[in-house]
Design a protein around this ligand. Structure first.
Ligand SMILES: Nc1ncnc2c1ncn2[C@@H]1O[C@H](COP(=O)(O)OP(=O)(O)OP(=O)(O)O)[C@@H](O)[C@H]1O
Ligand SMILES: [Mg+2]
Length: 250
């Protein structure tokens, strides 16, 4: 399979990533590159290794073998906080907010934790992140009363308040209704343009994935089975068989 290289000096480059859990190879020799300003989709059936890939890339899980680089910077084996400071931010499949904090406090905490902002810079970044996601009006709302769609947006605001170079989103569309997915698309496109960051997005919502991504990487049982544009991937027999089914591909 050919590997897209792009601007190697700036790209997030994952090479031959393998992750074993006791007796199970969850990710098996996966390679992909996310270029700055690009949206790469990572899709595949349940248990195919998508979340594990994000967890290894962000340092939450130890890598078994392979490498993770940011341009020429080799981050393999780094701790999560160091990887975050190098410019990788992520969201979780299950939203993790401080329920007793307001939306603004949740975003400010993330900006502070990134280690590169203090005082007024933190407040300014939180403001900007909330505006970019269209949730500035919720700034003083306690996180615990938010519906699921808005929780997802706050999680992304937390990630972008760290001013990342790459954003890794694990199922941001999960639990959103059709209207929420519809308004989510332009928001995510705008992030790419406004922030210039590269985005890796995992989701099972094919409307979101097919309409948003420049390229898509497909996993099955931890292995890459296809990579290409949405049009290419959707026609790939191995992808139709393992994941999409004939209906989605039509
Ligand atoms: N901490 C862990 N210990 C042992 N096995 C794990 C662990 N985390 C994940 N797995 C296993 O690794 C495989 C890949 O799981 P992963 O969560 O990465 O899949 P996924 O593609 O994100 O699936 P989904 O679409 O359901 O979120 C699965 O078989 C899962 O059971
Ligand atoms: Mg997952």
């Amino acid at each position: 399979m050919t590997q897209t290289t792009g601007n190697a000096a700036e790209s997030l480059i994952v090479q031959d990533l393998t992750k074993d859990f006791a007796g199970l190879r969850a990710v098996d020799g996966v390679s992909f590159t996310v270029n700055p300003g690009e949206i790469l989709g990572l899709i595949g059936p349940n248990g195919s290794g998508k979340t594990t890939t994000i967890n290894v890339v962000t340092g939450l899980l130890n890598i078994t073998s392979g490498s993770v680089r940011l341009g020429s910077l080799d981050m393999t084996g780094w701790q999560p906080h160091r990887i975050a400071r190098a410019g990788l931010a992520r969201t979780f499949q299950i939203v993790r907010l401080f329920k007793d904090f307001t939306v603004r406090e949740n975003v400010e905490v993330a900006a502070v934790a990134s280690g590169n902002a203090r005082g007024k810079v933190v407040a300014d970044r939180a403001d900007r992140a909330l505006r970019q996601l269209g949730i500035f009006h919720l700034a003083n709302t306690p996180a615990r009363v938010l519906p699921q769609g808005e929780e997802r947006l706050v999680e992304i605001a937390r990630a972008i308040a760290t001013e990342p170079r790459f954003l890794l989103l694990d199922e941001p569309g999960a639990g959103l209704n059709d209207a929420e997915i519809e308004s989510f698309l332009p928001t995510l496109r705008r992030l790419r343009t406004d922030l210039g960051c590269g985005i890796l997005i995992v989701d099972h919502d094919m409307r979101l994935i097919m309409n948003l991504c420049d390229r898509i990487h497909v996993l099955n049982y931890g292995k890459t089975i296809a990579e290409g544009t949405p049009g290419e991937v959707r026609r790939e027999p191995a992808v139709i068989e393992a994941y999409l089914g004939a209906e989605e591909a039509a």
